[in-house]
Design a protein around this ligand. Structure first.
Ligand code: ADP
Ligand code: MG
Length: 238
């Protein structure tokens, strides 16, 4: 069994089928990118993995344990959103350490973790500021830092770079790849940007209309797309 398994997963909102019979295996440490047009169900799938949304049918397992009825905080997943979702009234230190403070970790432990994470993400000099005093890229680093301090077994990223300008997006992509190399943690990343997907992914999962069209290494999809949608989406010549 793979590290994370999604089996026969379907999701309905009322009568509307949003995710249609999804099967996918994710290996430990893999950087998996879900890519597809707006409305194809990417965010819903991430929310289901994190436990923020219920499954209509099917199962998700992580390390062999069925997640369907496990509450979000106990899944070992951490989500990073496009909108950062920082607490505006808290300092950066308080934002980054929030999860650890809620878990009532000792003060020294928290200080040391925040120090490590701030140094990885170049937040050291920003810890006393508040979110409104940061740039978009800095805010996104804080959001990532808040996820990292909890040492999740899976990171879930929902279009984390979409609000940043093109130049910063390229820089942040490189930072994310470096972070993945450093931590080795499994990452599941959602985007509608093909270039971003091709750059970041070990495994790229092309979705459309609530279904997986094809999953595989970016170059494999490019060289041998299963259908026209995939070919068009990855910009393959055929
Ligand atoms: P994506 O992230 O790929 O843009 P979403 O997962 O956000 O797509 O949405 C997939 C579809 O599910 C869309 O048609 C959206 O309108 C619908 N949807 C998402 N959340 C809900 C909800 N809570 N209730 C009803 N429909 C929803
Ligand atoms: Mg979305």
């Amino acid at each position: 069994m793979a590290f994370l398994e999604i089996s026969s997963l379907s999701k309905f909102f009322g009568n509307l089928c949003i995710l249609d019979d999804i099967d996918l295996s994710i290996e430990r440490g893999e950087f998996v990118v879900f890519v597809g047009p707006s409305g194809c169900g990417k965010s819903t799938l991430l929310r289901i993995i994190s436990g923020l949304e219920e499954i209509t049918s099917g199962t998700i397992t992580i390390e062999g344990e069925v997640m369907n009825d496990i509450e979000p905080a106990k899944r070992g997943t951490a989500m990073v959103f496009q909108s950062y979702a920082l607490y505006p009234h808290m300092t950066i230190f308080q934002n980054v350490s929030f999860g650890l403070r809620m878990a009532r970790k000792p003060r020294d432990f928290i200080a040391e973790r925040v120090r490590q994470v701030s140094s990885i993400l170049q937040l050291d000099k920003l810890l006393d500021r508040r979110p409104a005093q940061l740039s978009g890229g800095q805010k996104q680093r804080v959001a990532i830092g808040r996820a990292i301090v909890r040492e999740p077994r899976v990171f879930l990223f929902d279009e984390p770079l979409s609000n940043l300008d093109a130049e910063l997006r390229v820089q942040m992509r490189a930072e994310l790849m470096e972070l993945h190399r450093r931590l080795g943690t499994t990452m599941i990343y959602v985007t509608h940007d093909q270039v971003e997907a091709m750059t970041l992914a070990d495994k790229m999962v092309v979705m459309n209309g609530g279904r997986i069209q094809q999953a595989g290494a970016p170059l494999a999809l490019y060289d041998d797309p299963d259908n026209r949608f995939v070919a068009g989406f990855v910009g393959s010549p055929r």
